[in-house]
Design a protein around this ligand. Structure first.
Ligand code: GDP
Ligand code: MN
Length: 391
């Protein structure tokens, strides 16, 4: 689950990371009032940032500075309602503008292959880090945290020195350790600060000083661990959840959209993976991974069908059910129900074996469904149907 920058910052503040204060505004007057408060507090400018769950907001014009309340109002009016990568901006973050000396990148990610937390850092922050990784991968420093003890002090120091942040050793070490702590505290799979910035400030006496602060924050949470953190469910942003993902979640289906043309409806994660492999081997491309789970009833099947058909790229559907606790006839009934109400008709190949397979076959034959006897046969038929539709 992706969460908004402002929410990610709240989680990081709770782990004592240094983050300049902010307010969230949903309307232009709210944004203006926030800017007025911040400017009245002594700030010379505010930064106004679109809150959308995509990166590259800066480049898209979704991050702007303003040095007066009037200007803040104009900027907020321009950002609220704008589209960034297809998402409408409905809220903005308003904060005192930082006077940036230098931008770094620092993140912690779950390294599944390494089975531990990986810290990544770079002195080339601010810009798109993906490009840095491609153009000069050596500019990205990597260290694994200890799987049992977390990030040890000496590891953090090594990491920070290699990043070129030795001048802010203490603060940078605290931030690196804080990122790992945040990963563990919330079962996050990514905690990313870009930019992590050295900013120019003034102390109480007015003398200049430099400080290391997190100016942007991105946190994604492990969906499978969310039941352990019920309070984080409130951070889900329904405005930005993909409608298909939302429907799948509400129906209790495991659904992952892919780029191909063959919709797959399967029960069990392993069988779903196998089905996708077979579709590929037969020369096709799966449009999704979809596991209807064990014991799925007709209504769940109908929901799965709606989700698959909502993807305009889908031009053939492969249904592959191994009836254990799932009853084949229930699935067949769900398919028949779904087809009766669906708006778009695409060729569908159904293979149901196991519990109540004979009843399922009878129902499907009566309703004129195309069935397949073996999995290879089903995959080949689905690929042929998709090719026929594309031709
Ligand atoms: P992103 O583009 O979605 O990653 O949004 P960021 O919050 O990272 O902002 C993009 C860029 O805007 C940063 O790399 C900074 O260069 C700039 N920026 C963000 N906040 C401030 C700020 O407070 N002051 C200044 N001067 N620039 C900022
Ligand atoms: Mn950023």
């Amino acid at each position: 689950m992706k969460i908004q920058e402002a929410d990610a910052k709240s989680l990081l503040v709770a782990q004592s990371l240094p983050i300049p204060g902010w307010e969230v505004a949903h309307t232009v007057p709210e944004a203006r009032a926030a800017a007025e408060r911040i400017l009245a507090g002594g700030a010379s400018a505010v930064v106004i940032k679109a809150q959308v769950l995509v990166g590259g907001r800066g480049k898209a014009g979704g991050v702007k500075l303003a040095s007066s309340a009037d200007e803040a109002e104009k900027v907020a009016a321009a950002i609220l309602g704008m589209e960034i990568k297809g998402i409408t901006v409905r809220k903005v973050l308003v904060a005192e503008a930082a006077d940036i000396e230098r931008e770094f990148y620092m993140s912690a990610v779950l390294d599944r292959a390494g089975r531990r937390i990986l810290l990544m850092g770079s002195a080339e922050g601010g810009v798109e880090i993906e490009q840095v990784a491609i153009d000069h991968p050596e500019a990205i420093i990597r260290h694994h945290a200890d799987p049992l003890l977390g990030l040890l002090d000496y590891q953090a120091r090594e990491f920070v020195f290699e990043m070129g942040l030795g001048g802010h050793l203490k603060a940078a070490v605290a931030i690196a350790k804080g990122l790992v702590r945040t990963m563990l505290a919330y079962d996050a799979d990514l905690v990313e600060i870009n930019p992590l910035a050295i900013v120019r400030e003034r102390d109480a006496a007015g003398s200049p000083l430099e400080r290391l602060v997190c100016l942007d924050a991105k946190v994604t949470l492990d969906d499978s661990a969310l039941p352990r953190h019920p309070e984080l469910e409130a951070l889900r942003d329904p405005d930005e959840e993909d409608p298909a993902d939302r429907e799948a979640r509400e129906a209790g289906l495991t659904f992952i959209k892919l780029d191909g043309t063959i919709g797959c409806m399967v029960n069990g994660a392993g069988l779903a993976m196998t089905t996708m492999d077979l579709v590929k081997r037969a020369g096709g491309e799966p449009a999704n991974f979809l596991d209807i789970g064990g014991g799925a009833r007709a209504d769940k099947v109908a929901a799965a069908m709606r989700i698959i058909l909502a993807d305009p790229k889908v031009d053939a559907i492969l249904v592959n059910i191994f009836g254990g606790i799932t009853r084949g006839d229930e699935v067949a009934r769900g398919l028949i129900e779904a087809r009766a109400v669906q708006e778009r008709d695409v060729p569908m190949i159904v293979r149901i074996v196991g519990t109540n397979a004979a009843e399922a076959a009878g129902l499907l034959e009566q309703a004129d469904f195309e069935t397949a006897s073996s999995l290879d046969d089903a995959a080949a038929k689905a690929v042929a149907a998709s090719r026929g539709a594309a031709a």
